[in-house]
Design a protein. Structure first.
Length: 221
């Protein structure tokens, strides 16, 4: 069964359960009439907020499609939603979020409303575990579709997990970090995750140079 058929089934079952139904007769999915591809990122994000394709939907407070300018030159992709971000529905939450915001505003000279920030996996992991391959596969089409709708000039991935999932490469992260990589029609630049920098402050000078590379790319496009 195709993933969008699963989505339709699970959404209908969830709605019925929410209004008190315990059992319904079987019903057929007619993919020509029950599913249409999203025509905009707004339609796509509505699908994300009502997604029940994997077990992460059971533990989240909400799924988090993304925040910022959907026509941005810069798209930043984190790997997965933190527990605090899920609880507060905040994209720049805690010390890590504050660090990322400072990186964007103080070095890249952009406002957070001018970029698009999202996660490869749209819900917080169960019990703060590393998301499984099946959970990533459930979200994969969402993030790739978002990239195609936003059409950023530069994609920045935060940390090795986000880079490896988006690029589908198993490179040593230190070999690619800060480098400009051709990815489909875009330029992708992997950098350290802000949380990693908080634990390793001696790497902030390296991170600053990576941010200067990003700014140079944005200025030259």
């Amino acid at each position: 069964m195709k993933s969008f058929q699963n989505l339709v089934l699970l959404q209908n079952l969830h709605r019925l359960k929410a209004i008190g139904f315990d059992y319904i007769d079987p019903f057929n999915i007619n993919e020509a009439t029950t599913f249409t591809s999203p025509k905009s990122i707004e339609d796509l994000n509505k699908n994300i907020t009502t997604c029940y394709l994997c077990d992460l939907s059971k533990s989240r407070t909400q799924s988090m499609p993304g925040y910022g300018n959907t026509d941005a030159d810069l798209m930043i992709i984190d790997y997965s939603v933190s527990d605090n971000s899920d609880k507060k529905n905040s994209y720049y939450n805690g010390r890590s979020g504050e660090t990322l915001q400072k990186m964007v505003e103080n070095v890249l000279k952009l406002k957070i409303d001018e970029i698009y920030f999202t996660h490869a996996i749209k819900c917080k992991p169960l019990n703060s575990n590393v998301p499984s391959s099946s959970e990533w596969n459930s979200c994969k089409s969402y993030i790739l579709s978002q990239i195609e709708f936003v059409k950023p000039k530069i994609i920045v991935t935060l940390g090795k997990e986000a880079y490896s999932k988006i690029s589908e490469e198993n490179d040593n992260f230190e070999d690619v970090r800060g480098h400009i990589i051709d990815f489909k029609k875009y330029k992708l630049i992997p950098i350290y995750h802000p949380q990693f920098l908080l634990r390793n402050p001696e790497l902030k000078k390296i991170a600053l140079n990576d941010l200067k590379t990003i700014k140079s790319c944005l200025d030259n496009h």
